[in-house]
Design a protein. Structure first.
Length: 235
């Protein structure tokens, strides 16, 4: 696998938090198409229901993924399994396991946050569904948890996140902890750490990502126009 610049299109951003945050499947497909024209081939999105709330239910996940895939049949499409969407870990794993039957609406991969209760069960559900796993590691304790547990079968990369207010020093420490795993790492920041960490990742040859999930601002601190502008600025 070559270098990845992933576009994270919407995340947990609420409808109305930014004029260009894509919420509906059609908006996600349009935003993805604009980024694909700039060379992006990997996308991370958070499917929503009809009122804009994040969901893990199969029909909504399938619709979002299928609409994006119809527009861009040759890209990699990932979603989230975040615990804040479905807090009950048993129900969360059950829903994720049901994605096996989504056909054209089945995502290629999904993120699993290692610090969340039931993360191993969610990862196993993704494996059983034939969906790749991105392991979200937000801090040193999560990295140590992963080192102790081992990398689940089906993992395609570790998603190492530097949180708001943290620095490249945090990134270095996190990467040092994750190095023994021997799996690809996608390093990214969030809000005020997004641009410094993206530049750090690029300078160290690491996969990274950008999009309205991670930041609403351009490099100069002004409000970003849309996901495509953020991708352009990342180049």
């Amino acid at each position: 696998m070559g270098f990845v610049l992933q576009a994270c299109l919407n995340g947990a951003r609420e409808p109305g938090s930014h004029p260009s945050v894509p919420i509906t499947p059609q908006q996600l497909a349009a935003a993805a198409a604009e980024c694909a024209e700039l060379g992006v081939t990997s996308f991370h999105l958070h499917p929503r229901d009809v009122v804009g709330l994040e969901v893990l239910a199969g029909p909504e996940v399938a619709t979002a993924v299928a609409v994006v895939r119809a527009a861009l049949p040759h890209v990699e499409i990932g979603v989230t399994t975040a615990a804040w969407i479905v807090p009950d870990p048993v129900r969360r794993a059950e829903l994720v396991r049901g994605w096996a039957g989504l056909a054209a609406g089945r995502p290629d991969f999904a993120s699993v946050n290692v610090h969340e209760d039931g993360w191993l069960d969610t990862a196993a559900a993704l494996r059983d569904a034939g969906i790749g796993i991105e392991l979200g590691v937000f801090h040193g304790q999560a990295a140590r948890t992963l080192l102790d547990a081992g990398v689940p079968e089906g993992t395609i990369r570790v998603l190492a996140e530097v949180r708001p207010g943290e620095t490249t020093g945090h990134a270095e420490r996190l990467l040092d902890l994750l190095a023994p795993l021997g799996v690809p790492i996608l390093l990214h920041g969030e809000d005020d750490s997004a641009w410094p960490i993206l530049d750090y990742a690029l300078s160290h040859g690491l996969d990274t990502r950008i999009g309205l999930e991670d930041t609403l601002t351009a490099r100069d601190g002004t409000r970003a126009l849309d996901n495509a502008q953020l991708v352009k600025l990342a180049g």
